[in-house]
Design a protein around this ligand. Structure first.
Ligand code: HEM
Length: 505
């Protein structure tokens, strides 16, 4: 080794040691102060509990709750997170009238990292305004009709039903649901060209790239990708920016009012076109990442629970009659039936209770106290994050939902068949008894459209198709532990099934 190289190695070694020392100091410096929640920094400086959390968030938080109770602070990668596990104490965090807990600033960092999009101050408000206007209320009816046509196009092709559709088709249920919901949902929101056949092919190509991104997504968020995977993420990001770019989509017809409204706003704010492309990518991910997986859970549970399937089919037939397609026909459903499906609504709520696991995060803006339902107050520090994980503390709470891991299709139905909204914890009525959409300022603004899309898809599947699991004895697969905390969960492996369009009369 030359003298120069030795000096270089020594300098590098010293730098590393200094950095490590600094991390250890930071680690040792933070101590629990009086009035603060129990602090658990983990044994590894800076990283803290990051690895155990990442490996299985559900298991990790369950263990922490057993150790520390309903509120505790843990460290991941130099950042301190205070988890509140008692849902009766959620109210003040979600309402936060004094604005000491902020959603936007944390989300802003994340969307820049994941989508390359630099958000503007007014974005959050604008997205919610666009969604209230076009994804809910009277406009939703129009969008539902477009979605129905889009589902027809994707499932039957541009020519409608033809003899080529008869016979059984075998496929993975997860792949099938994800592909159909993604392609149909994407076309309904991002628009069509004159060549419908080509549109479906483009949407399918987008889906297959999206799946590659989706697999890497959880580890990408935690910055745990290997060098090759980093390059792959970069390639995919650039590809999506191009595939959903403003330029590529300029000639499309029927771009949803939702997306047009938001892009118009960005233009008015003089956001450059390449940034608008990144915004589109972010909206693609938000709008298409969860409906397919959620529909999978619903259909998988229906296939494993014949009494539930029977009840859903009975309700659907009562509304739509014995649906049969005629030659060259698309699906025909009066979308207003979506308002009259209490059984299907309960199936959806139950599937989302079992399948959706969002994490709600709020950045603490100033040192303040969190008041728990017990009356006890805990101090949290500026710069820390307050986190809720309702899957564990609400969806799986046996007090709120007896036998919580079981699928009960009528869990959200009253004996008279109406929607059940009364749930209790410790004898007290609980407002947030299921939280698949998050809550408070960050609640999903697409939730009504999402429910309509998934319900339309399920209605079509149960009324027009014969559906069978290839191996009826196979259980519903477990949740992939990598995906806890990222919206709707996904199964560890697919479930094989076959489907057959019922022949016309
Ligand atoms: C089953 C389907 C869906 C689930 C479970 C779901 C869930 C969620 C959750 C939990 C959030 C909040 C994330 C957070 O707190 O950081 C969210 C945000 C969002 N969702 Fe959904 N979502 C679904 C479908 C949709 C659809 C279909 C759309 C649009 C058409 C949509 C648009 C959005 C947008 C734009 C945001 C970000 C809102 C903001 O910036 O505050 N979602 N979603």
């Amino acid at each position: 080794m030359s003298a120069g190289m030795a000096l270089w190695a020594l300098t590098l070694g010293l730098l590393l040691l200094t950095a490590l020392g600094h991390l250890c100091l930071l680690h040792l410096r933070r101590q629990r102060r009086p009035g603060e929640p129990p602090l658990d920094k983990g044994h590894v400086p800076w990283l803290g509990h990051a690895l155990a959390f990442r490996k299985n968030m559900f298991k990790f938080l369950k263990g922490m709750r057993e150790k520390h109770g309903d509120i505790f602070t843990v460290q991941f990668g130099g950042q301190y997170f205070t988890f509140v596990m008692d849902p009766l104490s959620y109210g003040p965090i979600l309402k936060d009238t004094k604005r000491r807990l902020d959603f936007v600033s944390y989300a802003r960092q994340l969307v820049f990292k994941v989508f390359g999009y630099r958000s503007l101050d007014g974005d959050h408000h604008m997205i919610h305004a666009a969604s209230t206007k076009y994804l809910m209320g009277p406009s939703l009816q129009e969008l539902n009709k477009v979605m129905l046509d889009s589902l027809s196009l994707v499932i039957l092709g541009p020519a409608g039903w033809g003899p080529g559709h008869s016979g059984w088709h075998e496929e993975g249920l997860f792949n099938f649901c994800y592909k159909v919901l993604f392609t149909a949902g994407y076309l309904a929101l991002f628009g069509f060209t004159r060549d419908k056949e080509q549109d479906v092919l483009q949407a399918q190509a987008l889906f297959s790239e999206f799946c590659k991104f989706d697999v890497l997504f959880p580890r990408f968020v935690y910055s745990l990708l290997g060098p090759r995977e980093w390059r792959e993420i970069g390639r995919l990001q650039r590809l999506f920016h191009k595939m959903v770019s403003v330029r590529e989509n300029r000639d499309k017809e029927g771009v949803s009012s939702w997306l047009s409204f938001m892009l118009q706003y960005l233009r008015e704010q003089e956001v450059p076109e390449d940034m608008q492309d990144k915004f589109n990518f972010m909206m693609l991910w938000a709008s298409q990442g969860n409906t397919g997986p959620s529909s999978f859970w619903a259909l998988a549970f229906l296939l494993k629970h014949p009494e539930a399937m029977q009840a859903v089919r009975k309700e659907a037939t009562g509304l739509l009659g014995e649906a049969r397609l005629k030659d060259r026909q698309p699906f025909q459903v009066d979308v207003s039936v979506l308002h009259h499906t209490p059984v299907l609504d309960s199936v959806m709520e139950e599937s989302l209770r079992l399948g959706a696991s969002p994490t709600l995060l709020r950045l603490v803006q100033e040192d303040c106290a969190l008041k728990m339902a017990s009356g006890q107050e805990y101090l949290v520090r500026r710069g820390d994050i307050v986190a809720l994980f309702p899957y564990l503390s609400v969806h799986m709470d046996p007090d709120i939902h007896p036998d919580p891991t079981a699928f009960q299709y009528d869990r959200f139905l009253n004996p008279d068949g109406s929607r059940k909204v009364d749930f209790y914890k410790a004898g007290r009525k609980i407002h947030h008894y299921s939280m698949p959409w998050g809550a408070g300022v960050s609640i999903c603004p697409g939730r009504f459209f999402a429910l309509s899309e998934m319900k339309l898809f399920l209605l079509l599947m149960v009324t027009h198709f014969d559906l069978e699991l290839l191996d009826p004895a196979t259980p519903v697969p477990p949740v992939d532990p990598n995906r806890w905390g990222f919206g709707t969960t996904q199964p560890t492996h697919d479930l094989h099934f076959r489907y057959r369009l019922r022949p016309p009369e």
